[in-house]
Design a protein around this ligand. Structure first.
Ligand SMILES: *[C@@H]1O[C@H](CO)[C@@H](O)[C@H](O)[C@H]1NC(C)=O
Ligand SMILES: *[C@@H]1O[C@H](CO)[C@@H](O)[C@H](O)[C@H]1NC(C)=O
Ligand SMILES: *[C@@H]1O[C@H](CO)[C@@H](O)[C@H](O)[C@H]1NC(C)=O
Ligand SMILES: *[C@@H]1O[C@H](CO)[C@@H](O)[C@H](O)[C@H]1NC(C)=O
Ligand SMILES: *[C@@H]1O[C@H](CO)[C@@H](O)[C@H](O)[C@H]1NC(C)=O
Ligand SMILES: *[C@@H]1O[C@H](CO)[C@@H](O)[C@H](O)[C@H]1NC(C)=O
Ligand SMILES: *[C@@H]1O[C@H](CO)[C@@H](O)[C@H](O)[C@H]1NC(C)=O
Ligand SMILES: *[C@@H]1O[C@H](CO)[C@@H](O)[C@H](O)[C@H]1NC(C)=O
Ligand SMILES: *[C@@H]1O[C@H](CO)[C@@H](O)[C@H](O)[C@H]1NC(C)=O
Ligand SMILES: *[C@@H]1O[C@H](CO)[C@@H](O)[C@H](O)[C@H]1NC(C)=O
Ligand SMILES: *[C@@H]1O[C@H](CO)[C@@H](O)[C@H](O)[C@H]1NC(C)=O
Length: 580
């Protein structure tokens, strides 16, 4: 908290000194376009009402004002949203200012903090943009990009608002909202350069996963993407790399992309593929969300539809010792499903509201497998677990088209969530069972609320190691993407929130890093700690230098700067002012 206060004072004093340097900075602006800070409301360079009106008419009246999600609900004719609406990601995705993890809407670090809560009596705009372009055409996006560049504004780009690092919202920004980009096309012979790349599906950057899967299903096809209702595959998801329950069979999502359409900082619409703007095409396949431009559409390879079995079981444990025995047994068996190329979500919630004990949930998705095959593959683990001092409270097996298995109508979020993570190498699960158990023990004893292990690597993800994409190469020898998660209620004080963030960055993430046994351990940039201190290495590994060069080529003035994104080290924490 002291550090944050210090930084705020520092930034404010830099701003108040600004008039002194007016002449110098004007010269710099004229010669190189270099500017110290983005224009915020109240700054002399902030657009006038007349200029905003001009933008509004350029985008056909689609410039809208944006408010925090709590204010949006409060301003409804009914005076509130229902509790079901508040936590529904489908509902939230229609609110321009809403983040699914609404802690990112809050500005805890300004003095006083600017916060807007569900049942609060006051409401600050926080880190929520002021205006958004509710885009319906590519030219709407181009007009917004050009306006932000011309007026030196902060930009934010939002598809669904599911981001776990808050990268789709920014204080005082103009938001470009792609929610209504819902074009979907299929090709049996998609051509890149002079080569056919076969069957593809092209989705706009507003198409949610449930719509994408069901459209593919209608064509007898399947795509490699995530497991959430409203996440947009053609948004931040793909730029971070994209993991899937079917990744061990099909690779990462970026391994299956053949083309992007993107509006870059100069306002141009570019096609990026192996043949055109291939450096940008490379960067977009793992170089991080929000850093390259506004994606209009992404073209994915498709696969013939296949059936899958999802086998889910839930155990309750009432002692730490029993929970750790489950972790040990699970680690013992963690290669049992490799041959079947199954993906698995192994989640532990040490405390779960309303549940007397620790919840342990194991959900395994077996591509092309019958219930009998899946049950037989799980039996050795379940036999061991049933011998432990834990209670199995749920067991279900479902066999259906893979596209139906991963389609969810809605998800429940609408909470204050923080994550930190590491990609855990396969060798750790093979050779250091005790290390895995000790890490879970230390995390649980220090109060973590969720330990979410995603066994979505190995198999095809490892086999694709020579693909020339920018996604962190640590994925290629990983077995799991392991997350430490925590949530906090709205009545948490600002200093308590700071303590929780501090614990994430300085205690839980280092425990995960230690488990990797690597000094340059890696993490999946889409589900990670926004304060990752060495994000260049952790998120992008060996690719950082080339990514930064590509960033400087396509976005030399940093229009697309996000937290822990490529080039963000040149800016302050809010991405509003040059760091030096
Ligand atoms: C806000 O109030 C509603 C209605 O009383 C309640 O259901 C909800 O849990 C409250 N939310 C918070 C975050 O306190
Ligand atoms: C955004 O535009 C769509 C039509 O493209 C419209 O249905 C929707 O209500 C608009 N949303 C807001 C918040 O203005
Ligand atoms: C949607 O498809 C139509 C028809 O091909 C095209 O004219 C339009 O530009 C597309 N919109 C976006 C946002 O890609
Ligand atoms: C594609 O084919 C045309 C005609 O043969 C040729 O001129 C062009 O160079 C080829 N392009 C690429 C990228 O190979
Ligand atoms: C999936 O299983 C059903 C029921 O056995 C079968 O009718 C269908 O053909 C299978 N679909 C595929 C794509 O294999
Ligand atoms: C099983 O768990 C219960 C509840 O935590 C505990 O009281 C009991 O001692 C445990 N039994 C064994 C054999 O560990
Ligand atoms: C649980 O407790 C037993 C008996 O004290 C001990 O032998 C075992 O190693 C413990 N298990 C774990 C995973 O800590
Ligand atoms: C894990 O495997 C080791 C070695 O085979 C065995 O001693 C231990 O009992 C197993 N742990 C559990 C909890 O099944
Ligand atoms: C499912 O099985 C079919 C037929 O053997 C095969 O062609 C396809 O690649 C498999 N799909 C997956 C995801 O394993
Ligand atoms: C799946 O297979 C197991 C083991 O053969 C059996 O006990 C169970 O009833 C089956 N479940 C379904 C949904 O078919
Ligand atoms: C904060 O809210 C929780 C419920 O979410 C409640 O149990 C707790 O007592 C509240 N704490 C304070 C200090 O009001």
């Amino acid at each position: 908290m002291i550090l944050v206060a210090y930084l705020e004072v520092f930034i404010m004093s830099t701003r108040s000194l600004f008039p002194l340097f007016g002449i110098i900075s004007t010269c710099l602006e004229l010669t190189s376009g270099w500017r110290q800070c983005r224009n915020q409301p109240g700054d002399p360079g902030f657009p006038t009402q007349e200029q905003w009106d001009q933008l509004n008419s350029q985008v056909g009246g689609r410039l809208i004002s944006v408010v925090p999600s709590a204010k949006f609900c409060h301003d409804l004719p009914s005076g509130s949203c229902t509790e079901a609406e508040w936590i529904s990601t489908t509902f939230r995705s229609t609110i321009p200012g809403a983040m699914d993890n609404y802690n990112w809407e809050q500005d805890y670090s300004s003095n006083p903090p600017s916060i807007c809560l569900q049942n609060g009596t006051t409401c600050g705009q926080g880190n929520v943009p002021i205006f958004a372009v509710n885009a319906s055409s590519i030219s709407d996006i181009q007009a917004g990009v050009n306006f932000a560049r011309t007026h030196n504004l902060k930009l934010s780009v939002k598809a669904s608002g599911h981001d776990f690092l808050g990268r789709s919202t920014a204080k005082g920004s103009l938001m470009l909202w792609t929610h209504y980009f819902r074009n979907i096309t299929f090709d049996d012979d998609f051509v890149v350069g002079n080569n056919s790349v076969g069957n593809t599906m092209t989705v706009g950057s507003g198409v949610p996963l449930n719509m994408m899967y069901q459209s593919a299903k209608a064509q007898g096809k399947m795509v490699c993407a995530g497991f959430a209702s409203t996440v947009v595959a053609s948004g931040g998801y793909i730029q971070g790399g994209g993991h899937s329950a079917f990744s061990p069979a099909l690779g990462l999502a970026v391994d299956n992309v053949v083309q992007f359409e993107i509006v870059t900082a100069d306002g141009k619409l570019l096609t990026a593929n192996e043949d055109e703007h291939s450096d940008l095409f490379w960067a977009l396949r793992g170089g991080g969300a929000g850093s390259w431009g506004v994606i209009i559409s992404t073209t994915f390879k498709t696969f013939p539809a296949f059936n899958a079995t999802a086998l889910t079981t839930i155990y309750l444990s009432t002692s730490l010792n029993s929970t750790l025995s489950v972790v040990e047994a699970h680690t013992n068996h963690s290669s049992d499903w490799d041959a079947l190329r199954a993906g698995q979500y192994f989640y532990i919630y040490p405390t779960y509201p309303g549940v007397p004990g620790t919840v342990i949930s194991i959900s395994t998705l077996f591509p092309n497998a019958t219930n009998e095959t899946a049950s037989a593959a799980m039996a050795p683990l379940l036999t061991d677990l049933n011998a432990l001092n834990v209670t199995q409270v749920y067991l279900n097996s479902e066999t259906a088209l893979a596209s139906d298995i991963v389609t969810t109508a809605d998800d429940q979020l609408g909470a204050n969530n923080l994550l930190g993570s590491r990609l855990i190498p396969t060798s750790v699960y093979e050779n250091n069972v005790q290390g895995v158990v000790d890490t879970y023990k230390a995390l649980i004893e220090s109060g973590v609320q969720g330990i979410l292990s995603h066994f979505v690597a190995g198999g095809k993800v490892a086999e694709n190691k020579d693909l020339d994409v920018s996604v962190n190469s640590k994925w290629r020898n990983a077995k799991s993407h392991l997350i430490a998660a925590t949530t906090y209620p709205d009545n948490t004080t600002v200093s308590e929130v700071e303590d929780i963030k501090d614990t994430m960055t300085n205690k839980w993430v280092p425990l995960l890093a230690k488990l990797t046994g690597e000094s340059d351990s890696g993490a999946y940039s889409n589900e990670a700690d926004a304060r990752e201190p060495n994000f260049q290495v952790t998120f992008f590994g060996d690719n950082y230098k080339k990514l930064l060069a590509t960033k400087n080529k396509y976005d030399p003035n940093g229009l697309f700067i996000v937290t822990a994104g490529v080039g963000s080290e040149g800016w302050n924490a809010e991405g509003l002012c040059r760091a030096n």
